[in-house]
Design a protein around this ligand. Structure first.
Ligand SMILES: *[C@@H]1O[C@H](CO)[C@@H](O)[C@H](O)[C@H]1NC(C)=O
Ligand SMILES: *[C@@H]1O[C@H](CO)[C@@H](O)[C@H](O)[C@H]1NC(C)=O
Ligand SMILES: *[C@@H]1O[C@H](CO)[C@@H](O)[C@H](O)[C@H]1NC(C)=O
Length: 311
C-alpha cells in the first residue's frame, strides 16, 4: 500500500514539475520584453531572469537649468537630476565624492571613494543642490551607510574595476525629486562612443579649478576605447569608458559621480559610466570612467533584495 501511495506521489510531483516547466517555458517564449512596458528586474540578472511587470519609473529629468554658465559647465536646476547624491564624511559633514541612486537602498560610486573607509563614518546626501547647508531643498535628506561592496577585482594601483555599491541603513524616500537612475540593461552591448553624456558634480575635491556650492553639469563626448588607447598609450580596459571633449575648459566633477546617457527614444537617463580617474573634462586629456554595462551582472547579483526598473 505504502509503496503505491509513494508511486502516486512521485507521479503527481512529476506532473506538477512538468506543468511548472511548461509554464516557465511559456513565459520565456513570450520572453521578448515588450516596448513601453515598465519592468522590474529583480534577483539575479545573470541567471534565470525573474522579471515581473510592475509599474516603475527611473531616469527622468526635472525642469532644466537656464543659463547660469560657469567655466566649462553649467549649474543644474534645483533637483533637476533626482538620482544625484553626494557622499559625505559624517564627522566633518564634507562632501568627498559623488554617487548615483539605483534602487531604494542602493547607490553606485567609485571603489576608490569608499576604499579603506568605515561604512559607519559615511552618509549619502540626496535631493540637495547647494551643499553648504545640506538642507537647502524640501527633498534634501541624509541617509546613513549600512555597508558597501567594492568590486572584488578593484585594483588600487590601476583603478581597474573602480566601482562600489553602497547600501543605506534605511529605505530612501522617493519622489519626483529623489529617484533612481535607469541602468542600461537593454543597452548592455552598446559602447556609447560618439554619444554625448552629462557628468554631474559639486567639484569640491580631486579636480582643480573653482569649486562650487551648487551642483554643476557638463556635456562630454564618449570616444572609442581604440582612440582612447591611442591617446593614453594602451592603458584603458574594455570595462572603462573614455570621455573627451577637445576645447572644453576644465570643469568640476567628483569621482564616483555619474555619466548619464539620454536615450532619445524615451528621454530617459541611464547611468552608463562612473567618474573614475583622469580629469572629467580637462583640455587635451580624456577622462577615464568605469563602464557600467560591464558590471550589470555584478550589481544585480550583489543587491539581491533590490528591484530595478528596466526601461
Ligand atoms: C546568479 O546566477 C548565476 C548563474 O545561474 C549563479 O552562478 C550565481 O550564483 C547567482 N548569484 C546569486 C547571488 O544568486
Ligand atoms: C549656497 O548657500 C550658501 C549658504 O546659504 C550661500 O552663502 C551661497 O551663496 C550659496 N551658493 C550659491 C551658488 O547659491
Ligand atoms: C574577477 O576576476 C576573475 C579573474 O579574471 C574572474 O574570474 C572573476 O569572475 C572576476 N570577478 C567578478 C565579480 O567579475
Amino acid at each position: 500500500m505504502g509503496s503505491n501511495y509513494g508511486s502516486l506521489l512521485i507521479v503527481l510531483l512529476l506532473l506538477l514539475g512538468y506543468v511548472l516547466v511548461q509554464a516557465q517555458s511559456t513565459d520565456e517564449s513570450t520572453g521578448k520584453i515588450p516596448d513601453n512596458v515598465n519592468m522590474f528586474v529583480s534577483g539575479n540578472f545573470s541567471g534565470t531572469r525573474q522579471a515581473t511587470v510592475r509599474s516603475c519609473d527611473c531616469g527622468w529629468r526635472n525642469t532644466e537649468s537656464t543659463d547660469l554658465k560657469i567655466v566649462g559647465g553649467y549649474e543644474t536646476g534645483v533637483n533637476e537630476f533626482p538620482a544625484m547624491a553626494a557622499l559625505i564624511q559624517l564627522s566633518t559633514g564634507s562632501l568627498f565624492c559623488g554617487a548615483t541612486i539605483i534602487a531604494d537602498r542602493y547607490l553606485l560610486t567609485a571603489a576608490h571613494c569608499v576604499y579603506n573607509r568605515y561604512a559607519s563614518t559615511l552618509g549619502v546626501l540626496v535631493g540637495d543642490h547647494n551643499i553648504t547647508s545640506g538642507t537647502d531643498t524640501a527633498y534634501s535628506a541624509l541617509y546613513y551607510v549600512n555597508a558597501y561592496a567594492i568590486h572584488p577585482n578593484y585594483s588600487t594601483s590601476t583603478y581597474n574595476n573602480d566601482i562600489a555599491i553602497i547600501q543605506t541603513t534605511s529605505q530612501m524616500t522617493f519622489s519626483t525629486y529623489v529617484a533612481p537612475i535607469c541602468l542600461p540593461f537593454y543597452y548592455s552591448t552598446y559602447d556609447f562612443s560618439g554619444q554625448q553624456v552629462i557628468i554631474l558634480g559639486w567639484g569640491q575635491l580631486e579636480f582643480s579649478g573653482p569649486t562650487s556650492d551648487t551642483l554643476q553639469m557638463a556635456a562630454l563626448d564618449v570616444i572609442t576605447n581604440t582612440y582612447c588607447n591611442q591617446l593614453l598609450s594602451n592603458t584603458v580596459t574594455t570595462s572603462e569608458m573614455c570621455t573627451y571633449t577637445s576645447g572644453k575648459d576644465s570643469c568640476q566633477s567628483d569621482s564616483g559621480g555619474p555619466l548619464l546617457w539620454t536615450n532619445s527614444l524615451n528621454s530617459r537617463m541611464y547611468l552608463v559610466g562612473i567618474i573614475s580617474h583622469g580629469i572629467g573634462c580637462a583640455l587635451d586629456s580624456p577622462g577615464i570612467n568605469t563602464r557600467v554595462t560591464s558590471f550589470l551582472n555584478w550589481i544585480v547579483s550583489t543587491t539581491t533584495d533590490a528591484s530595478y526598473c528596466a526601461l
